[in-house]
Each structure stands twice: as structure tokens, then as C-alpha cells.
Write a protein that binds this ligand. Structure first.
Ligand SMILES: [Zn+2]
Length: 426
């Protein structure tokens, strides 16, 4: 059994002014192919897929040259048509050159937005199908923030979407993708689907599956999967920061040769979500910035810490409203992660500023009216990182101490601060 492995991932905020270009996908380690591609993310989709595939001694994996996540991370807008066509074009050529294949694994996200390509993941699956033919199988993994519709499974056979937010189960979904793809190739699993768009677009800040409203959707899906062997449910929460035709919630159900069961379950799940919509939408209380900063300062005074002030714009970093408010209220012991300001970092680098040197810059803001204006920060440098290969000679961030024991991380790109799950579990 020969299975090709491809990777194409981006969560595109189409409202950001900076495009995601060819250059953003090219850095030390990216594009990756062969064993290097198979080794990215040992605890993520890829790791789960490779682990299970390699438990089958009759399976051979081929890592097709693929770009990894762009160096802008999640902090860039529309992927240019040039970038998409260049990398997808190379993938298709390599698939042709190295084929034939019995199956293809696509490691995807689902919220990539490409200029001139309405449904980039479905379009990739369609082009892969043209190469591998109607008898081979295509399986993919997705992030629940993907924006998808019927188009993907019209071209592909299997999709496995992470259920939890934060995304604890990426590795698990990778293992399911491998196991089910291999069963399909062997003729033991005949994928049949039903899917449904649920007319809801929700901000990511309310989608936490640790709370009762969103967890109830996951429990419902897990209950169906527990009841019905070989049934898989994907709930795409959708990614609202992309202005694309398939934005919003979407439910997919896949069964083993039982289209009636798939149709029944997708109907039941969509109705359940719709009944819950008021609860889902009001699952998180959102307060004003002055209230949030004052509440955090009070909690800290009472010894209740750490306190997290979450900027629910989702791509925090450009906006300086919270930074300005902390200064205005004279708050202490606050860590800002992060304010994005490439120009300031270039100057820090140019002047060769080191730990202990004074820092006096106006940082952040100015990207658009929602980002506010730059805020003057006077303090000293606490940390300058050593440059890594993928930084391309440019300082990725610097840590500055200021005010009453406050610290600010200035980053080159918009950065999503993620928990360290292993540390959190301990
Ligand atoms: Zn996500």
C-alpha cells in the first residue's frame, strides 16, 4: 500500500493587511519532504497518522514536498494566488512523478483563504483526485476552525476534525485518519457521508469547549461515535475572521457504507446545535477594557493570580488599547504577550541593544483604526533571544521591563500565545 503525505496549512485572517506570500512559506526546514515532513509535529495530526500507518508493515509512506506553516504564523492575510499555485503545482507534479498511490493523506487546517480560489482545501483535493484516479482514497485532518462545506468530501473520502478547543486531540484524529484510510484501501471501510451547514458564525473567543455550552456539542458527537461503530462526526466551529463563501458552522458525518445513518445523525446534530444557539452565543462574558484592567488589578491585590486579560480580537498584537489602559491605571506585575512591532525590533537590532540597555520607543498600533495608536514605553531590555535559522537574520522578539514591574514582549509577527499542555497537565 503506497500512501502519499501532503501538508498545506494556514488559518487566514482576510482582514489583515499583509498578504501571505511565497517568501513567507520558505525558511530553514520549509518546504519539507520525505522523512522530514513525516516528522513534523510528533504530537499532532502528522505524528498520529505516521504512528498508526507504520504499525502496518505493508504500508509505505511518501512525504511529498510541502510548505509548512508560513513564518508569519497565524498573523497574515490572504494567501497569494502565486503562492498557492506554486506549492500546489509542485505537489501535483511530484505526486505524478512518484505515483501510483493507493491513498493520500492531506494534513490541512481548513481556514486557508487564497486570492482567486474560493475553496482552497477542496480545490487541492480535486487536483489530487485527478492525479490518483477514482479508485484511490483521500483522507484529511482539519482544525475545528476550518471553514468548509460540501465541496471537500465531494473530492475526498475521509475527513477528521479536532473536537476540542483548545485542540487537545490532534494526534488522536491523525491516528483515526490513518486507520480508516488503510481500512478503506483494503476494502473494509466504504466512506459514505452526509453534511449540513448550520447558519451560525461565532467569534472564536466564545468557543471554549471547557464550558458547558460548547462541551455539550462535543459530548453529543462523542455519544454518537460511541453508539455507532465506524461513525465519525466533525463539527467545524468555523473561522469568523475570514471573509469566504463557506465561513461558519458545518457538520459532517461519515459512516461505513450506511448513508441513511449518516443523514439521520447529521440532521440530529444540526438540530441540536440550532436549539443550543442562544447558549452557545452567550457562553462567555465580555467586559470593557477599563473594567478588565481594574478587575485584574483588584484580583492581584487580593492575591488571586495569575489573572489573564484576553484580547478577544483573536489576533492580538497590533492593538495597544490594553497596554495604554494598564499605563493609565498604573497597574503593576503585568506581562504583555505580545505587541507586534517589526520597526522597533529592526531599530533594537540596528543599535545592537543588549540586556540592561535602556528602551525608549513608541510601540504597536497604527495598522488600522482598530489597533489604536503607538504607546510610549520607557524601560530597559530584559531579554534578547539568540537568532535561529528560521529567523532569517531578523530579531523575532525582545522582552522589555517597564513601569511597576511590568514586562512587554515585542514580536515581529502577530503571535498567538498558546498554553503548554504538558506543563498544564502537570
Ligand atoms: Zn483552531
Amino acid at each position: 500500500m503506497r500512501i502519499a503525505v501532503l501538508h498545506l496549512v494556514h488559518e487566514t485572517v482576510t482582514f489583515l493587511p499583509n498578504e501571505t506570500t511565497v517568501d513567507d512559506f520558505i525558511y530553514e526546514g520549509s518546504p519539507a519532504k520525505g522523512e522530514a515532513l513525516l516528522q513534523i509535529g510528533p504530537k499532532s495530526y502528522m505524528g498520529g497518522f505516521v504512528k498508526v500507518a507504520r504499525e502496518h508493515h505493508d504500508v509505505e509512506l511518501t512525504g511529498i514536498e510541502s510548505p509548512l506553516e508560513p513564518k508569519t504564523g497565524i498573523g497574515s492575510g490572504w494567501v497569494t494566488n502565486e503562492a498557492y499555485e506554486l506549492f500546489v503545482g509542485k505537489m501535483i507534479e511530484e505526486l505524478k512523478a512518484q505515483g501510483p498511490f493507493d491513498g493520500v493523506f492531506l494534513a490541512l487546517h481548513g481556514a486557508m483563504a487564497v486570492t482567486g480560489v474560493a475553496r482552497p482545501e477542496a480545490e487541492l483535493a480535486r487536483r489530487v483526485r485527478e492525479v490518483i484516479g477514482p479508485c484511490a482514497y483521500i483522507a484529511a485532518t482539519f482544525d475545528p476552525h476550518g471553514n468548509e462545506d460540501e465541496a471537500f468530501l465531494q473530492a475526498a473520502d475521509l475527513a477528521f476534525t479536532v473536537k476540542y478547543y483548545p485542540h487537545y486531540d490532534a494526534y488522536l484524529q491523525g491516528t483515526r485518519a490513518a486507520r480508516t484510510l488503510i481500512r478503506a484501501i483494503k476494502g473494509e471501510y466504504k466512506p459514505t457521508h452526509a453534511s449540513r451547514k448550520v447558519p451560525l458564525i461565532t467569534p472564536t473567543v466564545i468557543q471554549w469547549t471547557g464550558g458547558p455550552a460548547w462541551m455539550s456539542l462535543i459530548n453529543r458527537a462523542l455519544t454518537w461515535e460511541a453508539l455507532e461503530p465506524d461513525l465519525y462526526i466533525n463539527i467545524f466551529f468555523g473561522f469568523p475572521w475570514a471573509d469566504v463563501p463557506d465561513a461558519g458552522m458545518f457538520v459532517q458525518v461519515t459512516t461505513n457504507g450506511d448513508p441513511e445513518l449518516a443523514a439521520e445523525v447529521v440532521e440530529e446534530m444540526s438540530r441540536f446545535i440550532w436549539r443550543k444557539k442562544d447558549e452557545l452565543i452567550s457562553s462567555t462574558t465580555i467586559v470593557s477594557i477599563p473594567e478588565a484592567v481594574a478587575a485584574a488589578a483588584q484580583a492581584s491585590k487580593e492575591g488571586s493570580f495569575p489573572v489573564v486579560i484576553a484580547d478577544h480580537s483573536d489576533r492580538s498584537g497590533n492593538a495597544t488599547w490594553i497596554l495604554a489602559e494598564v499605563q493609565r491605571q498604573g497597574a503593576s506585575d503585568t506581562l504583555f504577550a505580545t505587541i507586534t512591532d517589526a520597526r522597533t525590533l529592526d531599530q533594537v537590532q540596528e543599535r545592537k541593544l543588549a540586556v540592561g540597555d535602556p528602551f525608549d520607543f513608541a510601540v504597536g498600533g497604527l495598522v488600522d483604526p482598530s489597533a489604536g495608536v503607538p504607546v510610549n514605553i520607557r524601560g530597559s531590555i530584559l531579554h534578547v533571544p539568540k537568532l535561529r535559522g528560521r529567523d532569517g537574520g531578523r530579531l523575532p522578539f525582545v522582552v522589555v521591563g517597564f513601569g511597576n514591574n511590568n514586562a512587554l514582549i515585542v514580536s515581529r509577527y502577530l503571535t498567538q500565545v498558546k498554553p503548554n499542555f504538558e506543563l498544564a497537565a502537570r
